[in-house]
Design a protein around this ligand. Structure first.
Ligand code: CP3
Length: 372
């Protein structure tokens, strides 16, 4: 019988040739067999896949050109423009995954807490949630009504990518989103969050449940729209002791991850987490994201070799000269030891001062040094 649906005999999608016009064809490897998704499932890949947090952002001249035309939230709310920004680094860098252009704080908009991205300051919440009474006043988050534009962006990007590389959806983990909601913006010591947590544990758990439920619906909406992997950013959870993480965070992250559509790899990322890694693993995720404050081999041993890892070059290394970058890339790859299940990334996002040519050089180095 002819293979009508393009699936191979063992039901693995086969590579296809996509006409590009003027007699040219592009080889389209179905995204399920992409190096990134293979590594996320700890299957051998032809080379170590690489993508970068904040690969779409201010270090790219083409992103800055878009920002000259749109405010940040305006850009997030405009699916055509957000899709264009998502695709910018794919064309330029040759990365193995696209990350949706959006923000972890978008789901807070229905709470009417006065979210603003102030110039030069990062996010600001004008009416922060500080007390148990404030938590009680919070309305429900109707995700479908709040962020339909995010799901539309996912649809546009998946269509444009046509399987070239998978699209990674994302959301903030409940602790990190709660930290903005309670502090009113970025913080150094997280004193308002910790005060709420210690003084009103019941209100804290209610807030975390509200955010976990909304976040699970948000990620499932992205998956339904076409995202092939999702990353949960717990960027600031390293502010907690392991004992506090276990009581105040772990049950919520576990419930959230268990509520996600099965079969789609989940990347669970945080920074400053060296002491929390075994607990993050316990909370869940197919891939644990490591920042640069832990050596990759030690971090992988801490989470266990029966889970994949992502990371973990210090993003500041990209400000150095090429030979130095190359040595440091080699070091990360050596620590991964050729074991299946490593996705190369930075330990956190690309700094805006980074020369775009160095980012491209990094991607090429990872491919060259890890390829067979
Ligand atoms: O390329 C990508 O990684 C995808 C897009 C993305 C953005 N934010 C765009 C963005 C992603 C994945 C995020 C996640 C996000 N947002 C996190 C977790 C990741 C992390 O960095 O730990 C956090 C904590 C936020 C909240 C947030 N949004 C902050 C703290 C800021 C200010 C950051 C800064 O450097 O000023 C933002 C704004 C933001 N989100 C920008 C971008 C490209 C810069 C805004 C601009 O263009 O002016």
């Amino acid at each position: 019988m002819p293979d009508m649906n393009g699936m191979g005999e063992d039901h693995k999608p086969a590579p296809r040739l996509i006409p590009e016009g003027r007699g040219r064809y592009a080889l389209c490897v179905p995204a399920d067999a992409s190096p990134l998704l293979l590594a996320a499932r700890r299957r051998p890949a032809p080379y170590t896949p690489v993508w970068l947090m904040r690969q779409a952002g201010r270090y790219l001249p083409e992103y800055r050109a878009m920002r000259a035309r749109f405010g940040f939230l305006e850009l997030c709310r405009n699916p055509e423009a957000a899709a264009e920004v998502t695709l910018q680094p794919i064309e330029r860098l040759g990365v193995d995954g696209a990350i949706l252009f959006a923000d972890i704080l978008l789901i807070l908009e229905p709470l009417d807490v006065g979210l603003e991205f102030a110039k030069g300051e990062g996010p600001v919440i004008h009416r922060p949630v500080r007390t148990a009474a404030d938590v009680t006043r919070l309305g429900p988050i109707d995700v479908e009504a709040a962020v339909p534009f995010v799901f539309e962006t996912v649809r546009l990007v998946t269509r444009a990518l046509a399987g070239r590389v998978p699209l990674i959806g994302f959301a903030g983990a409940p602790f990190t989103v709660a930290s903005y909601l309670v502090e009113g913006g970025s913080s150094r010591d997280y004193l308002a969050v910790k005060r709420l947590m210690y003084e009103s544990p019941e209100a804290w758990h209610r807030l975390m449940s509200l955010l976990s439920d909304a976040t699970a619906r948000y990620l499932n909406g992205q998956i339904a729209a076409g995202a092939q992997a999702v990353q949960l950013f717990d960027s600031w959870v390293g502010a907690l002791s392991p004992a506090d993480y276990r009581v105040f965070v772990l049950p919520h992250v576990r419930a959230l991850i268990r509520a996600l559509a099965p079969g789609v790899p989940v990347i669970h990322f945080g920074t400053g987490t060296a002491a929390l890694l075994p607990l993050m693993r316990e909370a869940g995720g197919d891939v644990i994201g490591l920042d640069w404050r832990v050596d990759l081999d030690a971090g992988w041993a801490a989470v266990g070799h029966d889970v994949a890892v992502q990371g973990n070059l210090d993003p500041a290394v990209l400000l150095a000269a090429r030979p130095y970058i190359r040595d440091r890339v080699k070091d990360v790859l050596t620590r991964a030891g050729g074991r299946p299940g490593h996705i190369f990334n930075l330990g956190h996002g690309v700094h805006q001062q980074t020369p775009a040519e160095n980012v491209k050089a990094l991607v090429d180095m990872v491919h060259e040094l890890s390829g067979t």
